[in-house]
Structures are given as C-alpha cells and as structure tokens.
Design a protein around this ligand. Sequence first.
Ligand code: NAD
Ligand code: TYD
Length: 345
Amino acid sequence: MRILVTGGAGFIGSAVVRLAVARGHEVVNLDALTYAANLANVADAAQSGRYVFEHADIRDRSALDRILARHRPDWIMHLAAESHVDRSIDGPDAFVQTNVIGTFNLLEAARAHWTREGRPDSFRFHHISTDEVFGSLGATGQFTETTPYDPRSPYSASKAGSDHLVRAWAETYGLPVVLTNCSNNYGPYHFPEKLVPVVILKALAGQPIPVYGDGGNVRDWLYVEDHADALLLVVERGQAGRSYNIGGENEARNIDLVRTICAHMDELHPQGAPHARLITFVADRPGHDRRYAIDPSRIRTELGWRPSVTLEEGLRRTVDWYLANRDWWQPLLEREGVGRRLGTG
Ligand code: NAD
Ligand code: TYD
C-alpha cells in the first residue's frame, strides 16, 4: 500500500515509517520538522527506494491538497501533533493550531482526495490519539473505548477536539476512518524532553533527576515498536468507524519507573552508581493527571494484537540504545527548551 504518514520524523511516526517500509509498503512522510522532529530517525528507511519526504505543515491546506494529488495514497496515518503536555501549559496556541485546525485541514484534504478517487471503501484515515483524552483515573479502573472524554490539559483537550472532528467526518461524510488511543510510549528515538529519556540522560550526566510532585502518578507504558505494530494492524484490518485502545497493561508509578531505569543504569553504566541518589522531587505539574490505564481487550480479541516486550525488557533495550547513540541525542539537547523545566504554569 502507499501510506501517507504525517509526523513521520517524530518519535512514534518514525517507528511507523521504519516498520511500514520494512514490511514492503511505500511511505510518503509529511512533516513540518518542528523542534521535535529528526530526519535521522528515518535515515535507513530513506535508503529503501520506498520512501519519499514531503516538508509540509498540516496547517497549510493547499500544501496538503498538492501532496495528496501528487502521491494518491491508499491510506493516511495521522500522527503529526504537538505532543508534550508541559509545552502545552506554557504555549497552548500551537496545540490548538496543529492538533485541532491541522487535523481539520487534513480531514478536508483527505475527503477531497477520497472523493476524487471514487470513494473507495478500502481507503483509511487513521487518526492516532492518546489515552489522555479520557482524563484522570482514581486508584482503580481502566479506560475502554466507551469511556467518556474528560481531557484536562491543553494537550489532551486539543487531541480530544481532533478525535471528535475525525468521528464527525466519518458520520457526516462517510469518510472511512479508524481511531486509536494509546498509552504512554517509550523506546529508541524518544525526544529528550519526555520522562524516560530525561531520566537516562540526567543519570548519565550525574545531574538531578526531576520527579514531579510525590512521584505517585501512574502511567501505562508501551514500547514504541509494539505501538507501531498495533497501528499497522489497525490501518490494515480495523473496522471503518471503529476506535481501538492500545496499551501494554504495564502500569507503573513514576517513582518506580525512575528507580527501575536507575537500576538498569547502575548495571549498564556503573560509573556514577547508585544513580537513584540523583532522584529529586520537584514542584508538581499543574493539573497533573493522577493515573492512566488502558483496557486493550478490543484490539486483543478482535485483531489478535499482543505486545512483544515486557516493560522490564523494553526499558533495558531503551537504556542500551541511549548509551550507544550519543550522536543521535547530543545535538537535540541544544534545541529550545530541552533540559529546562517546562510547564510550571
Ligand atoms: P513527536 O512530538 O515526537 O512528533 C510529532 C511530529 O509531528 C514531529 O516530527 C513534528 O515535526 C510533526 N509536526 C508537528 N506539528 C506539525 C505540523 N503542524 N505539520 C506537520 N507536522 C507537524 O510526537 P510523538 O510522541 O511521536 O506522537 C505522535 C502522535 O501520537 C501524536 O499525535 C500524539 O498525540 C500521539 N500519541 C503519543 C503518545 C506518546 O506517548 N508519545 C501516546 C499516545 C499517542
Ligand atoms: P511525560 O513523558 O511528559 O508524558 P505525559 O505527561 O504525556 O504522561 O510524563 C510522564 C510522567 O512523568 C508524567 O506523570 C509527568 C512525569 N514527569 C516527571 O516526573 N519528570 C519529568 O521530568 C517529566 C518530563 C515528566
């Protein structure tokens, strides 16, 4: 298939690009190359002969029309977004512009493209979203596909808005969409402003490891390559109009996750051990969601998806990867805002 992937120079988008190319698909990577992007993430895929890059912004409708007319994709996988909660607290504007208005533009461009192609049933607009749209859980329970939306940060509100637009385009115009809502990802090529790479790189530098609040917030972690595998399964076999929750059933309190990463660092980089001595509790994030947890029963039973790695194994691979790939992450530390506390309101 020819797949247009938006945001393919980012963390998850690049994992999708790499996997799709490896599986023989043709990929058009559309990305605006914001601070979060890195074309090095797809350098190998770019050598495959099945990959094209289009430098474009989803806020630019005419660019989207041109690119869709030029490449005539069978499927669109939409991952381009502003994705960092802390940045959304400091500057919500870009989140509304890209996540809401950009998704609206892409839906309209996709609808025009699908109509020109004769409205094929096999077309898919796959919208990639987050479990954060469901809000914050107490000590028990899990998010299912029918959990009411209750976003609480500018990031999650803008993603919720985009999810609603996508559903409306399916109901009103018959656009064949699928949606996925996934829990926190981690793994190679994770931009060094998110928790897991922050912990690894602060530990490596012997600097304080910032843990927000009391460290008791719970996230449900999924290895990024398992997410990419689930996304390709959904775009290929998911039922049009349906949404699928994706998660690895790997809940962890932040403080426990941080300690586990520190233990891997102690083993793989013993200089500076014990790294847990660097853990520093800092002021909490405003509106910090307490707990996320995904019930992945639908994608498991209907599509037969299972994650391939445990959290323990995935974290170990991730620590290994950062230790071996300084050339990848070192230049990113110079980008605006990286390494600095963001989102204190
Ligand atoms: P990321 O920030 O690493 O990458 C986003 C990519 O989108 C970047 O390459 C950036 O250049 C591009 N982009 C941003 N604005 C754009 C615009 N206006 N036009 C074109 N391209 C633009 O994000 P990520 O972590 O890879 O997340 C990808 C998607 O998955 C997002 O939609 C996010 O909401 C969703 N998601 C992320 C997680 C997670 O844990 N990271 C979990 C569930 C869902
Ligand atoms: P993050 O990676 O920003 O993802 P999200 O907020 O989308 O879940 O943060 C994951 C969790 O880690 C979240 O509860 C906030 C917390 N956190 C810290 O404690 N310290 C940090 O330096 C960062 C970036 C996050």
